[in-house]
Design a protein around this ligand. Structure first.
Ligand SMILES: NC(=O)C1=CN([C@@H]2O[C@H](COP(=O)(O)OP(=O)(O)OC[C@H]3O[C@@H](n4cnc5c(N)ncnc54)[C@H](OP(=O)(O)O)[C@@H]3O)[C@@H](O)[C@H]2O)C=CC1
Ligand SMILES: Nc1nc2c(c(=O)[nH]1)N=C([C@H](O)[C@@H](O)CO)CN2
Length: 241
């Protein structure tokens, strides 16, 4: 397996979109990076060519989460940060039993970060005051609930709450914060009508792209005082209702 990595930034779900952009950002900064991926996109080959360590992981059951934690421990003696990006935006649907939707949402947004933080906390500790970070990606719906994504919103709300518990548990060595995005990115297949309707839901009326998230992650990782807080990146969306 070779030498162990020097305190990499660990990003879950780093194979596409925001997680992928974060991985490239840290590689640009010459920071060591570990990403988890579920689907092996071409983007993973490129990350590996750039020096990232990419570990296949499926968090849809607890065994997959524990196996990933063990894989990280076997490659790293320490971690600079854990960024919990992996997520599924699943709506309730009449064809799917509600309990299955709820279980999947809790699995990816609560079991995975809760278990990984406990499993990997020893790798974040021991480097001094405010020297490590955990960042949870939640959602602006944590504040207001959701009509179409009720289980998703509830699971992200639980993750928001875990932010404060882990901040208490791991201070003062590890800062633990949440980022609560509104619309950041569209999907290529989103049509013009959907895009316009969605843009109109915020005050700022743009899909800002990954840079807004990268800038906030950089700020949080630079701070030596900010912990246990949630940061909205939502274009003022809650004010539109
Ligand atoms: N994009 C946006 O506008 C918004 C994003 N957010 C939050 O920001 C974060 C990033 O968003 P975005 O880039 O759009 O996320 P995506 O939904 O595009 O990607 C999430 C990643 O998580 C991975 N993942 C999903 N389920 C599992 C699993 N069971 N095991 C392992 N990995 C898994 C996916 O892998 P695979 O590709 O294999 O499915 C994917 O790579 C998320 O937490 C999201 O909820 C919040 C509000 C708005
Ligand atoms: N895991 C994901 N979570 C969310 C996504 C997404 O694509 N993947 N998208 C959104 C929306 O953009 C929404 O906030 C705007 O209508 C929410 N969560």
């Amino acid at each position: 397996m070779g030498e162990k990595l020097q305190r990499p930034v660990l990003i879950t779900g780093g194979g596409r979109r925001i997680g992928l952009a974060l991985a490239h950002h840290f590689l640009d900064e010459e920071a060591p990076v570990v990403v988890s991926y579920r689907t092996r996109y071409e983007a993973i080959d490129i990350l590996e060519e750039r020096g990232a360590t990419c570990l296949q992981a499926d968090f849809s059951n607890d065994e997959g989460i524990f196996a990933f934690a063990e894989a990280v421990r076997s490659r790293c003696d320490g971690l600079r940060a854990i960024i919990h990006n992996a997520s599924v935006w699943e709506a309730e649907s009449p064809e799917v039993p509600r309990q299955d939707t709820l279980a999947r949402m809790l699995q990816i947004h609560v079991h995975a970060p809760y278990l990984l933080n406990h499993e990997l906390a020893p790798l974040l500790r021991g480097y001094g005051h405010a020297s490590s970070d955990i960042i949870h990606f939640t959602d602006y719906v944590v504040e207001r609930g959701s009509d179409r994504h009720m289980a998703y919103a509830a699971s992200k709300a639980a993750l928001d709450n875990l932010t404060r518990s882990f901040a208490r548990m791991l201070a003062p060595e590890v800062k633990v914060n949440a980022i609560a995005p509104g619309l950041i990115l569209f999907y290529e297949e989103d049509d013009a009508a959907f895009r316009q309707k969605t843009l109109n839901k915020s005050l700022m009326k743009i899909a800002p792209g990954e840079k807004e998230i990268i800038d906030l992650v950089s700020y949080l990782m630079t701070s030596c005082y900010v912990t246990g807080r949630s940061f909205a990146v939502d274009g003022g969306r809650p004010l539109r209702w």
